[in-house]
Write a protein that binds this ligand. Structure first.
Ligand SMILES: [Zn+2]
Length: 499
């Protein structure tokens, strides 16, 4: 068992990734290649998965499929590209239009759109530089089970000021962080498009599993860390062209810097990469240790991590950390291992933030949920499983100290019994973190106590099995737990969750 130097956690604000690898040259896809593209061949995505989960490729054949080309020039002032998406209507409704979200406009930047086509026919789209959602009219009504191909050229500014939601998009301190830099499909189900980017209380994306083939042109000196797997790279003068595949994943994320250094370690079928700025090698090594430990603990408890790569990286941001598919990001501030934040050593935060963001690989990415309408479902569970990480890695005393961070948060609203189950926008900003991150994990503990630890532990593992690659709701979670304990949990949910 390892000893944690300082155990008290204070004032935490954890908050809330057709080319052939054998291709001789790495080039952007041409229009003709896109027109001839085989949307039904998923075998290339085996490179992004561990063999145990290859069969998922047979089950998600109608998921959105993105071909994304982008260019980052040496000024890093804009990212320019084209996104081509094959979208299949998996609902029971006929659709007249598709909705895309433009996150750079949310983060204080802007997006310009070029000529948009649907099935190679130009369509009229109303948008300006500050539009955060655009409606793409379809040239023909899209019937259930039918597909269309949408092509959207875009150019997104890369802001120098940290704005919008947690400062997750821009060029800061020699790192370019590109969260949602391309037009990203909104999710349609139960008769509506989910595009509720109305509040900065919590995470602002809600995405379904999708496939990405990405080709990016960027300065050769940039070290880029992304969702998915790099499969080919080719240098030409000062520029390089890199190809990535990612899928099934909920989005494609990229962070890059000339100053990034990376350490690598193979864990089972997965390559773990720990990346940070030059000069922070000790922190990068420590992040690798905690990344590996939490990876192992969650794998043992909730089943395999599905991808061939997992990244832990430090980037500048206002939050302490942020989760992306296959990527756990941690604020650069914590990579100063001798520093502290409000008197609490950075080392203490660093462990819990890494364990939290790695935990999201199971609860947020593998099991998806509506992070706007039901943020508790991934955040409260993730907070709770960080307690399991401490328990398994450092022992019960450390776990107890970590859990004091829940109490400290909840105390900021005087332990008020505000339901944890409200949409993020329905909380006062002063209540969101104390309730969802503070009170939330105590509900999961209460649920464990009600069901019994053994039954609850097995049920949480089976929840990942049953809802993995899909979307779960709070009602699904409740019904799953009730089936496991053969008991009625309504009173408990009313006491803690139900708004
Ligand atoms: Zn979180």
């Amino acid at each position: 068992m390892k000893k944690l130097c300082t155990l008290l956690l204070l004032a935490m604000t954890i908050t809330a990734c057709q080319v052939s690898p054998a291709a001789e040259s790495v080039e952007m896809m041409t229009d003709q290649q896109i027109a001839d593209f085989d949307w039904n061949d998923f075998t290339i995505f085996e490179e992004n998965l561990i063999p145990e989960v290859y069969s998922v490729l047979d089950t998600l054949t109608t998921a959105p499929y993105y071909l994304l080309n982008f260019e980052l020039d040496e000024t890093l002032e804009t990212v320019k590209g084209t996104v081509v998406v094959r979208y299949t209507n998996n609902s029971q409704d006929t659709l007249e239009s598709l909705l895309f979200q433009l996150f750079p406009a949310v983060y204080g930047g802007w997006v310009d759109l070029g000529e948009i086509t649907v099935n190679e026919q130009t369509v009229d789209v109303e948008a300006n530089r500050s539009s955060v959602v655009v409606t793409i009219p379809l040239t023909e009504t899209l019937m259930p089970g039918s597909s269309c191909v949408v092509r959207i050229p875009f150019e997104s500014s890369i802001p120098r000021d940290m704005g919008g939601n947690y400062g997750l998009y821009g060029y800061f301190d020699e790192v370019v962080v590109l969260d949602g830099f391309y037009p990203l499909l909104a999710l349609y189900d139960e008769g509506k498009w989910h595009m509720n980017i109305t509040s900065f209380n919590g995470d602002i994306k809600f995405e379904e599993m999708s496939f990405y083939q990405v080709t990016g042109e960027m300065p050769s000196d940039l070290v880029a860390i992304t969702t998915g797997q790099e499969i080919a790279t080719q240098k030409s003068g000062d520029m390089k062209t890199v190809q990535y595949i990612a899928g099934p994943v909920r989005e494609f994320y990229l962070a890059a810097s000339e100053q990034f250094v990376t350490q690598e370690q193979q864990v089972g079928e997965t390559n773990l990469l720990s990346t940070g700025m030059q000069g922070s090698e000790d922190a990068i090594a420590h992040a690798m240790e905690i990344g590996e430990a939490s990876f192992q603990i969650y794998t043992d408890r909730f089943g395999v991590y599905p991808y061939s790569e997992m990244d832990v990286i430090s980037t500048p941001m206002q939050a302490l950390g942020m989760e992306y598919p296959g990527v756990a990001t941690v604020t650069t501030r914590l990579y100063d291992l001798n520093g502290d934040m409000n008197g609490t050593p950075n080392r203490v935060y660093l462990d819990s933030v890494i364990a939290h963001e790695v935990g999201h690989q199971w609860f947020f990415n593998l099991v998806g949920n509506d992070q706007i309408e039901e943020p508790w479902l991934d955040e409260a569970i993730t907070q709770y499983i960080v307690g399991l990480f401490y328990e398994d890695y450092y022992g019960p005393t450390a776990a107890q100290s970590y859990k004091e961070s829940w109490a400290e948060r909840w105390s900021r609203v005087d332990f008020s019994e505000i339901p944890i189950g409200k949409p993020s926008y329905a909380y006062d900003p002063s209540e969101y973190s104390p309730i969802v991150y503070g009170r939330g994990p105590y509900f999961i503990e209460a649920l464990e106590a009600e069901m019994g630890s053994e039954i609850f532990g097995e049920a949480l593992h089976h929840y990942v099995d049953d809802f993995g690659w899909q979307i779960a709701t709070g009602d699904d979670f409740k019904a799953h737990m009730e089936a496991a304990c053969e008991c009625d949990l309504t009173n408990l949910f009313n006491e803690w969750v139900t708004p």
